[in-house]
Design a protein around this ligand. Structure first.
Ligand code: ADP
Length: 496
């Protein structure tokens, strides 16, 4: 029997494991949800033991479901929710605190201080990031300071890690303390150009180097899976943050290739090759992956309210009974009748970066009905993504030839067609929508020689649907003008 690859996909609300054959076909998957902990408004934590236990259960169940012989698993790859911060005792593995989740805003004031002190351009230049509480750096600094652990960290008694690192330490024989370059790139401590932790930023946030993991490639054998888990030692051969794994799983291997994942939010990444592009449009620079010691970079933009806009129509506005119903409802009208929904519920990200924007529904008349609003909500997801694409095109100096899509809301054919129309760029959807897990599996397969090179892994990608742009130029321009006018109405709304 052919060998198989397994991906561990440790997400924000659940841990999943997916078994693939070497052609990229999904053989089995299993997911285990775990509790979210909200100690205060705006704070989010996970119990580290929940992360670990759910991931191990998912792995065992997925392998059992697939019916494959454990001896046929060629390698395991890890992909993970990014930026979530853990700190544990190097001797016992015991965490000193719950994991501080990426969404957690507890260090917002610490970040404000860094910005007031004028550190933004330095942080942006070195890490590619816009200073924010979202990234791991200030979360780790908070733990060291609040728990009074600086001296222990300095003596090397503690290990910091993002979820990839935490899983590797606990699942791999010999407890390697490692993280991959894509995850390191989300800490606000990692210098993208030198590919090393940045001493100036470590000093700034008062973080001892001794607690930081060694940064490894995204595709590299880091050790063997602890035998007690599946009864056999298997190479753990890849680690990559979820969006980076998905870019790889979408086979966006050449500079200029772009993917957009339509989940709760949308995450758009463009491969920029060996060029580290400093965005002038408010996008983040980040790692695509690091293979054979060679960094490949990416531009990243995100939409805060993607599929969540549809969730809101369903749960709060009661306009839909299921998210999927939005497609038929949107198609029941010719157009939105001039209505625009700007879902700036939590502010707007790139290219606007306005945290004071709020949701707006504009252009309504006496004839406006539910279907117009539902259609406007789907179109809003596409407009926001189109704005990101436009920003990427500006930063890199050319318009990408296509957009590759995945995630729950990419199942919506109306949304995908409107996306192609409004960008005037074809949209393609792959057969395997689990691109994050697929990417981790392919990166692992590459490390153990299942694939001779990265290009070989691209054969696992197959097109399922193609949406060609069909809209007339004048109609496109009118709609985009209307959208940007609506965004203008939503901006700078909340009290500062
Ligand atoms: P996440 O991984 O962020 O939880 P998923 O990739 O599972 O998200 O996608 C779920 C999101 O996509 C939800 O916000 C849901 O409202 C939206 N969604 C799912 N199916 C559809 C659909 N057919 N049309 C529009 N939105 C959808």
């Amino acid at each position: 029997m052919a060998k198989v690859l397994v991906a561990l996909d440790q997400g924000t609300t659940s841990s999943r494991a997916v078994v693939f054959d070497v052609s990229g076909r999904m053989l089995a998957a299993h997911g285990v949800e775990f509790p979210q902990i909200y100690p205060k408004p705006g704070w989010v934590e996970h119990n580290p033991q929940d992360i670990l236990n759910s991931q191990i259960t998912a792995l065992k169940e997925a392998v059992k479901k697939s019916g494959v012989d454990v001896a046929d698993i060629a390698a395991i790859g890890i992909t993970n929710q990014r930026e979530t911060t853990l700190l544990w005792d190097r001797e016992t593995g015991e965490c000193v605190h719950n994991a501080i989740v990426w969404q957690c805003r507890r260090t917002a004031h610490d970040v404000d201080k860094l910005v007031e002190q004028g550190w933004s351009p330095v942080i942006r230049e070195k890490t590619g990031l816009v200073p924010d509480a979202y990234f791991s750096g200030t979360k780790l600094a908070w733990l060291l300071k609040r728990l009074n652990l600086h001296d222990r960290a300095e003596r090397g008694e503690l290990c910091f890690g993002t979820v990839d690192s935490f899983l590797a330490w606990h699942l791999v024989q010999g407890h390697p303390h490692v993280t991959d370059a894509t995850n390191a790139g989300r800490t606000m401590l990692f210098n993208l150009a030198t590919q090393d932790w940045d001493d100036e930023l470590l000093r700034l946030m008062d973080i001892p180097r001794a607690c930081l993991p060694q940064v490894v490639d995204s595709s590299q054998v880091i050790g063997m899976l602890d035998e007690s888990i599946l009864g056999r030692a298997i190479p753990v051969a890849a680690m990559a943050g979820d969006q980076h794994a998905s870019l790889f799983g979408q086979a966006c291997l050449q500079p200029g290739m772009v993917k957009n994942t339509y989940g709760t939010g949308c995450f758009m990444l463009m491969n920029t090759g060996d060029k580290l592009i400093a965005s002038e449009s408010g996008l983040l620079s980040t790692m695509a992956w690091r293979i054979g010691g060679k960094p490949t970079y990416a531009l990243e933009g995100s939409v805060f309210m993607g599929g969540a806009t549809i969730q809101w129509l369903r749960d709060e506005m009661k306009m839909l009974s299921t998210a999927a119903e939005s497609e038929a409802v949107a198609r029941s009208v010719q157009d939105t009748g001039g209505v625009y929904l700007v879902p700036a519920f939590t502010g707007l990200g790139a290219p606007w970066w306005d945290q004071y924007s709020r949701g707006a529904l504009v252009g309504m008349t006496r004839g406006t009905g539910r279907a117009h609003v539902v259609r406007a909500a789907l179109e809003a997801i596409a407009y926001q993504s189109a704005d990101l694409m436009q920003a990427m095109a500006q930063d890199c100096g050319f318009v990408p030839t296509r957009l590759q899509v995945d995630g729950g809301a990419s199942a919506n054919a109306f949304l995908m067609q409107f996306q192609a129309d409004i960008m005037n760029v074809p949209v393609v959807r792959p057969v395997v929508m689990e691109t994050t897990a697929l990417g981790a599996a392919l990166l692992a397969g590459l490390a153990v020689g299942v694939y001779a090179n990265a290009e070989e892994t691209a054969k696992a990608w197959q097109q399922e649907a193609l949406f060609q742009p069909e809209m007339e130029e004048y109609a496109r321009k009118n709609l985009l003008d209307g959208w940007h006018k609506a965004v203008g109405r939503a901006r700078d709304w909340a009290e500062h």
